[in-house]
Design a protein around this ligand. Structure first.
Ligand SMILES: [Zn+2]
Length: 310
């Protein structure tokens, strides 16, 4: 598999500038915001009330009174990402995935998660999780994915219980023109960061698609909603054998086709948009803060062997 057109190493996505400086938007810039002020801005963009019940979002480490002049966005709070944040001097690391989702009884540095907590606290780096609240919000993970694919008339696949009609998990919309499944898969490949696993497709390469359902991250719980949306193709991540196989068996007129992408890649696309959105809010408030996207590839897979692959 050849590399996709987006290289993480330069910190940019599809030519977008992922580094923004929020400074001097108001008449009297107030210098770096405190972590507590950033939490208020984050709540404005990705309210915690939009998070799923099982989720754990919000502040994981950090003093609300601490001034923060640099913020790093990443998908995963891995040790490598935390090290990148510390080396850059970020006062706050915002990740999509929670470091601590299940109950813990120890954060001793004898485990990877314990070492992560120690590194964060000892270096004075705050950690904030924006997970399913970031999925559900307008401008969230699946919204950005839909936008990058050029979808029109976009609506959630399932509406948020405590949100606006345009908020919720997954999105469905229409391409401007009919594409073959092969050409659509190439478009998907082109917008995502380069990862070892590439893009897997189930369906006729020459089949035509126009209505597209997407869900960044693992979306195998949404097949019912995808069928109800009359999507020609469903793009998500982490599709295992049985859910994928059963969905193809249940297909009507061979649809929806399936496109399975890297979980990391599907959610990484949100980071530049999220960094820009937070930068805009903080700029409007007159704060002086640098925001950028992590250049660490935290997709767990490193290489793949395929029969007759290119
Ligand atoms: Zn995820």
């Amino acid at each position: 598999m050849e590399a996709a057109n987006t290289d993480l190493s330069d910190g940019s996505a599809g030519g977008k500038n992922t580094e923004s400086t929020a400074a001097g938007g108001a008449e009297t810039p107030s210098g770096p915001p405190t972590l507590g002020m950033i939490l208020l801005a984050v709540e404005e963009l990705w309210p915690e009330s939009l998070a799923e019940e099982w989720d754990e979002v919000g502040l994981v480490a950090g003093h609300p009174s601490a001034p923060v002049s640099r913020i790093l966005f990443a998908v995963d709070p891995t040790l490598e990402v935390i090290e990148e944040a510390v080396e850059w001097g970020a006062g706050l690391l915002i990740t999509h995935h929670p470091l601590l989702l299940k109950g813990v009884t120890s954060v001793a540095a004898t485990t990877a998660k314990g070492r992560a907590v120690h590194r964060l606290i000892e270096s004075g780096t705050g950690l904030l999780t924006v997970h399913t609240n970031g999925d559900s919000a307008v401008g969230g993970v699946s919204d950005v994915l839909a936008d990058a694919l050029g979808l029109q008339n976009v609506a959630p696949l399932t509406q948020a219980a405590a949100g606006l009609p345009e908020e919720g998990i997954g999105r469905v919309g229409d391409l401007e023109e009919v594409l073959t499944l092969g050409d659509f898969a190439a478009r998907v490949f082109g917008i995502l960061p380069a990862v070892a696993g590439g893009v897997r497709v189930s369906g006729d390469r020459d089949g035509l698609v126009r209505r597209v359902a997407v869900c960044g991250g693992a979306g195998d719980s949404l097949f019912g909603e995808v069928r109800a949306s009359n999507a020609d193709v469903y793009l998500t991540a982490d599709l295992r054998h049985h859910p994928a196989s059963e969905a193809r068996e249940a297909a009507v007129n061979d649809r929806p086709y399936l496109i399975d992408v890297s979980h990391f890649a599907s959610e990484w696309l949100w980071l530049p948009a999220a960094a820009e959105a937070l930068g805009n809010v903080l700029t409007d408030q007159g704060h002086d803060v640098q925001i950028r996207v992590s250049t660490t590839n935290s997709d767990p897979w490193d290489f793949i062997l395929t029969p007759g692959g290119d």
